[in-house]
Ligand binder design. Structure first.
Ligand code: SAM
Ligand code: ZN
Length: 267
């Protein structure tokens, strides 16, 4: 599945990591992940989400707030024959960990451009393969993936088309119209609804499910985690943040689009 980021030939695994026929080597880090992101593919030294965001997301997700989303993703995948799954922008690995518990038979892999994220993910275990890489240049062979997962992460449609096997699918999660609306209402005088996610050229949406549920926060820890893991946090000043966290209860709507996309035959 993995391909060499320098020459695109297939990588073979060995005891220390991966190697291509031209002898480009990629060593496995102590934590069990491999860096397949070349220095010239980075715009800054440490791209992707930072440690604060990743730690906040881990605590929030592990508390189970997004379990209805996990259930929908697992249900969608369970309908398909198991194969190779790749989570693009897997962050600290929460969704893959849930899938590994609930989807026997699938081979799991995750990539993220954040080295800190992949390190945290790899420490969860070696039941998935983990690599630092960009979803804009995915280091896997053409037509080698049965299910691509993208949860609130950027995608490159030509790469999705290239790496997917015929009959494979993309499972994409994007914010629904009212996602975190009450938080936005605290920040903006005229909060806007999220727009419908853009169509991906070359793909047909075979299913689109809205996963919507209210989250009732009764303790400041989870709400604080949610604030820190979203870009909204940067728009909230300290006084407003403290005011929100001091509330006894605060209800925030979770709203996700889960889309299943199939490759068009002529793509
Ligand atoms: C909003 S977070 C979502 C993480 C994870 N999917 C989740 O829902 O917990 C977006 C993730 O995309 C990663 N990311 C951003 N640009 C990327 C790229 N070009 N290639 C791969 N990952 C990227 C970030 O580092 C971050 O972990
Ligand atoms: Zn090579």
């Amino acid at each position: 599945m993995w391909s060499c980021p320098v020459c695109s030939q297939s990588l073979s695994a060995d005891i220390a990591g991966y190697c291509c026929p031209d002898n480009h080597r990629y060593d496995r880090a102590r934590e069990g992940y491999t860096n397949l992101l070349l220095a010239n593919q980075k715009r800054r030294p440490d791209p992707g989400d930072n440690a604060d965001m990743l730690l906040a997301r881990r605590a929030f997700l592990e508390a189970g707030w997004y379990l209805p989303l996990v259930e929908e993703l697992v249900a969608q995948l369970a309908r398909r024959a198991p194969g190779q799954l790749l989570d693009l922008g897997c962050g600290e690995g929460y969704y893959l960990a849930q899938m590994s518990d609930q989807l026997p038979g699938w081979h799991l892999a995750g990539v993220d451009i954040s080295r800190i994220g992949i390190r945290m993910a790899a420490k969860r275990g070696q039941w998935a393969e983990w690599a630092v890489a960009s979803s804009k240049r995915i280091p896997v062979s053409d037509r080698s993936i049965d299910a691509l997962v993208s949860i609130f992460a950027p995608v490159d449609v030509s790469e999705l088309q290239r790496v997917l096997r015929p009959g494979g699918c993309v499972l994409q999660v994007a914010p629904g119209p009212e996602h975190l609306y009450e938080l936005k209402a605290e920040i903006y005088s005229e909060p806007r609804l999220h727009p419908v996610p853009e169509a991906l050229s070359g793909f047909t949406v075979s299913e689109q499910v809205a996963v919507q549920f209210p989250m009732v926060f009764k303790d400041p820890a989870s709400l604080s985690g949610l604030l820190s893991m979203t870009p909204l946090a940067y728009r909230l000043d300290a006084a407003k943040r403290a005011q929100l966290l001091a509330r006894r209860t605060f209800t925030v709507q979770a709203d996700f689009w889960v889309r299943v996309l199939e490759l068009n035959h002529d793509a």
